[in-house]
Design a protein around this ligand. Structure first.
Ligand SMILES: NC(=O)c1ccc[n+]([C@@H]2O[C@H](COP(=O)([O-])OP(=O)(O)OC[C@H]3O[C@@H](n4cnc5c(N)ncnc54)[C@H](OP(=O)(O)O)[C@@H]3O)[C@@H](O)[C@H]2O)c1
Length: 85
């Protein structure tokens, strides 16, 4: 299972390419609406970056800046809380 966090201009298209190639995808984005077209195509929704880490074997992030990366990685339900379980 591939995880993808950050579904803006770049990330949403990269994630869609992975889905179109047949990969299983679990996605998270701060604004859920931007994930809806991917969920319709079969991606699974994660409520937090932590939930992505719990279920994915590899995780891509495509975020705006360092502040966004810090929030996603180190926030209360951040990615790194469960990485390398
Ligand atoms: N677009 C391009 O043509 C292009 C070209 C080369 C390089 N890049 C680089 O690629 C990266 C992504 O660009 P983009 O165009 O995809 O940007 P974007 O459309 O603005 O998307 C930014 C993503 O970061 C998330 N984000 C921002 N602040 C956050 C925070 N505090 N906590 C959690 N998530 C946060 C946004 O979530 P929300 O959806 O909730 O706002 C969104 O998923 C940037 O580093 C950019 O410099 C972009």
């Amino acid at each position: 299972m591939i995880g993808f966090i950050g579904l803006g201009i770049m990330g949403s298209r990269m994630a869609e390419n992975l889905l179109d190639k047949g990969y299983d995808l679990i996605v998270h984005n701060r604004t859920k609406e931007k994930a809806l077209h991917l969920l319709e195509k079969g991606a699974k929704w994660a409520h937090s970056p932590k939930e992505v880490a719990e279920q994915a074997d590899i995780v891509f992030t495509m975020l705006a800046n360092t502040k966004a990366v810090e929030a996603v990685a180190l926030g209360e339900h951040g990615l790194l809380h469960n990485f390398g379980r």
